[in-house]
Design a protein around this ligand. Structure first.
Ligand SMILES: Nc1ncnc2c1ncn2[C@@H]1O[C@H](COP(=O)(O)OP(=O)(O)OP(=O)(O)O)[C@@H](O)[C@H]1O
Ligand code: SF4
Ligand SMILES: [Mg+2]
Length: 325
């Protein structure tokens, strides 16, 4: 099946006073229609920058340097004009965030904002847009959709605002939905409901989803495949079940080891934390950037470029001395 999103050898450098800072390195990532691809890694690993590279909402605007290729529905996005990119955002790709107020304007009602978005991309009447917006609110299981249509964002709970943001993101039937930590700020019950909505959109509409999270627990619940990112590199990728049941990259294994364990009394405890920190992108390093934190580091790890090892079924790992299966 043709991929909706195909990122190949993508590198990104952001501008700074001391010159370009390399943020992403040779990123390869694909998402198929009706499938959810997870992108996981610690804070600062480059997950959001990957999403912003696709939507071209990067800090530094057109001074951000992108190399490689990003195909969305077969169309090369690198090099196309900002005007064309504006048309693509919302119509072909839309994004949801941890904080819905990033997208919602506090001074307009939900209905006004939704119908504006719909009518920017489609030539339909106000009345048709109203009907569509109310239906979308129902689709995300908002019961009193007509009332919510007339509400201002501050009149809604965090969970409701998140539903509204998903409804808005789906309003123009995008081929790709990017969800950047959409449930991190929510309690577990609301989190489960939002994950269900994203799964439903993916199954029923055939939307491809790039789901970003630092939480492997959430990734394991919702993603068909997962890519693990570290310091701007994809270090392991594969079907979620393969990556989580037999992680080969020491970083993936450490992330799994750092998951909170459920204790006998039902409480959750973090028993292990990965020592050290993700390196600053300005820090020059040869070979593997995880080496200073890695218990399996050997001389070869810091000598040159890392090659991909293929463990079958699309399970790929970039490492000189991978974990045993
Ligand atoms: N505006 C910016 N200018 C320069 N560098 C930035 C900017 N924003 C982020 N970075 C750097 O880019 C790198 C990747 O950041 P990114 O936000 O993609 O991480 P992330 O994986 O999304 O982390 P988190 O889980 O905290 O959201 C980090 O080293 C960060 O410091
Ligand atoms: S390449 Fe070497 S240092 Fe890097 S994760 Fe693999 S074993 Fe560890
Ligand atoms: Mg982020």
């Amino acid at each position: 099946m043709e991929n909706i999103l195909e990122i190949e050898n993508l590198s990104l450098a952001l501008p700074s006073k001391k010159g370009p800072v390399p943020i992403l390195h040779n990123v390869n990532l694909t998402v198929e229609p009706g499938k959810i691809m997870g992108l996981v890694g610690e804070s600062g690993s480059g997950k959001s920058m990957t999403a912003f590279a696709v939507t071209r909402l990067l800090p530094g605007g057109n001074r951000a340097q992108l190399e490689g290729s990003i195909h969305l529905c077969g169309r090369q996005l690198l090099g196309i004009s900002e005007k064309n990119m504006e048309a693509i955002r919302g119509r072909d790709v839309s994004m949801i965030f941890q904080e819905p107020m990033t997208c919602l304007n506090p001074v307009y009602t939900i209905g006004t904002q939704m119908t504006d978005v719909i009518r920017t991309h489609e030539k339909i009447t106000k009345k048709e847009a109203h009907t569509r917006a109310v239906q979308l609110l129902r689709d995300v299981h908002i019961r009193n959709a007509e009332d919510v249509f007339d509400c201002y964002p501050y009149e809604l709970s965090g969970g409701m605002r998140q539903r509204v943001m998903i409804a808005m993101a789906l309003s123009c039937k995008p081929k790709l939905l990017i969800a950047d930590e959409p449930t991190t700020a929510l309690d577990v019950t609301v989190q489960a409901q939002i994950l269900y909505l994203i799964k439903e959109a993916c199954r029923e509409r055939g939307t491809a989803v790039l789901f970003i999270s630092h939480d492997l627990g959430v990734i394991s619940e919702i993603c068909d495949r997962v890519s693990v990112m570290y310091s701007g590199y994809i270090v392991e990728t594969g079907e979620t079940k393969d990556v989580l049941s037999s992680p080969r990259h020491p970083y993936t294994k450490a992330l799994i080891g750092a998951l909170p364990k459920v204790m006998e009394d039902g409480s959750r405890q973090k028993l292990f934390a990965i020592p050290g920190m993700v390196p600053d992108p300005r820090e020059k390093m040869t070979g593997c950037r995880f080496a200073p934190r890695c218990h399996r580091c050997i001389a070869a790890c810091t000598e040159g470029k890392l090659k991909a090892l293929d463990f079958g079924n699309g399970h790929k790992v970039y490492c000189c001395h991978p974990e045993e299966g």
